[in-house]
Design a protein around this ligand. Structure first.
Ligand SMILES: [Zn+2]
Length: 437
């Protein structure tokens, strides 16, 4: 399965994916490879249309499976891997009781390395081939994750969290040093192989004006870096921001004033926005990382998909682990469907299965400005893909046999699928992990 330029799904029941690999190795549901630029997709289409042209290429067959673009997780915290499922009374108590204590440990290089290894394996087990990741406020945490991602040739973006106030000892950083550290990390890692740096203020309440504006200056100085933060997740948070930044029109406007809205800027949640905010995101090419399992878990509210559509605000899906309850994109898409259906506090709608899928792949790549590299299976893009098994469990298999259309099959995977349905995750240009790990 792949998508056209409008995000509409294209599907061949006898699909063939031709991939360039260093080993002249191949992949498909009937898939193949040749040789010119390792790691790139050469062709995608039906076997009957393509196989003669690539008759010499070795082929891997995946009968009854679906080859699809690797998932993109637009917002996830790797230092929170170990606190997934921690109970708390909403966002702010959850930060104090679980998040900050857990993140304190990431000043230790060995701890950071150990968690980074597990975290990346978990992404791959779930078919996530690219993620925009929060590290902790310690540079060691960034170095650990980049080091591990580089070894596995992953396209991954992360950054050191900036938080110089309203944070406990152990995670609070120093204003001036935090900006120096950020610049140093940009020089060390940004655009090295497949890695990218994200300037990462945690959220407005935990950064001084000086730190937030300093982050904005770095974002201007290094325009191809990414920016990631949180906005408008919860009503208590909104009231807090109002007292800290009384001059701003809205919470989002705090970031605008600091120079932190631009292409490649991604804000998690975006629940309690008004249409002026949504238009501002559209006009500045700033995207929302919609994190429905997290929003349901913390009771934060419901992202308004209809308002996003009306205003043209870009959005894509994210796990937001550890407030999110699953690394699995199938479960994130199901939660997004629930949130979309909710029609008591906003307009309820049914997001089509392929729309959910597009917003966890191609739309995520577009939000990152990487749509010419990842997020789809088209010639010239990097061959990061997953092989899905619609027969991975008895009930899923039974339901899949009744699916008459692609939308029905995708929805069966979303509603009934889990990590077992990710049969294989392929990272360009070499085979990464299989689900046997
Ligand atoms: Zn988050």
């Amino acid at each position: 399965m792949r998508f056209d330029s409008q995000g509409q799904p294209l599907f061949d029941s006898d699909g063939l994916l031709i991939v360039e690999t260093a080993l002249a190795h191949a992949a498909s549901s009937t898939t193949k490879a040749t040789s010119s630029r390792p790691g790139l997709i050469v062709a995608a289409g039906s076997y009957s249309a393509l196989h003669r042209q690539y008759a010499e290429v070795p082929t891997t067959h995946w009968p009854r499976h679906i080859i699809a673009p690797g998932f993109i997780d637009l917002h996830v915290h790797y230092p929170q891997t170990d606190i997934i499922g921690a109970p708390a009374d909403g966002l702010l108590p959850w930060l104090e009781q679980y998040t900050f204590p857990a993140e304190t440990h990431f000043s230790s290089d060995s701890h950071a390395q150990e968690v980074a290894v597990f975290f990346l394996q978990e992404l791959l087990r779930n078919g996530v081939t690219t993620a925009l990741v929060f590290a902790s406020s310690h540079p060691e945490s960034v170095n650990a994750l980049f080091t591990q991602a580089q070894q596995q040739h992953l396209r991954l973006i992360t950054g050191k969290v900036l938080q110089d106030r309203n944070s406990p000892e152990g995670v609070r950083d120093d204003t001036e040093q935090s900006l120096l550290d950020t610049e140093q990390l940009i020089h060390r890692w940004h655009q090295h192989e497949r890695l990218g740096y994200a300037i990462t203020p945690r959220f407005a309440p935990t950064s001084s004006h000086q730190q937030l504006y300093g982050a904005g200056e770095l974002a201007l100085q290094y325009p191809d870096t990414w920016i990631q933060s949180h906005v408008a997740e919860n009503l208590d948070e909104l009231r807090w921001v109002k007292t800290l930044y009384p001059q701003a029109r809205s919470y989002l406007d705090v970031y605008r004033q600091a120079g932190l809205l631009r292409p490649r800027a991604i804000y998690a949640h975006c629940i309690h926005l008004d249409d002026a905010d949504r238009r501002l995101m559209h006009d500045t090419h700033t995207a929302a990382a919609v994190s429905p399992t997290s929003n349901l878990f913390l009771g934060s509210g419901f992202f308004d998909f209809a308002a996003a559509k009306h205003t043209g605000m870009p959005w894509a899906l994210a796990s937001d682990v550890g407030a999110g309850t699953s690394f699995c994109p199938l479960q994130t898409m199901l939660a997004a469907y629930y949130v979309g259906r909710e029609g008591q506090t906003k307009e309820g709608l049914s997001l089509a299965p392929s729309t959910l899928w597009w917003h966890h792949t191609g739309a995520g790549a577009a939000a990152l400005g990487l749509h010419n590299h990842i997020g789809n299976l088209q010639p010239g893009l990097e061959a990061d893909f997953v092989v899905l098994d619609p027969h991975a469990s008895p009930l899923l298999s039974r339901r899949s046999q009744q699916a008459n259309t692609l939308q029905e099959q995708l929805f069966a995977l979303i509603v009934l699928g889990d990590q077992r349905a990710i049969a294989h995750t392929h990272i360009a240009p070499r085979i990464a992990l299989s689900n046997a790990l």
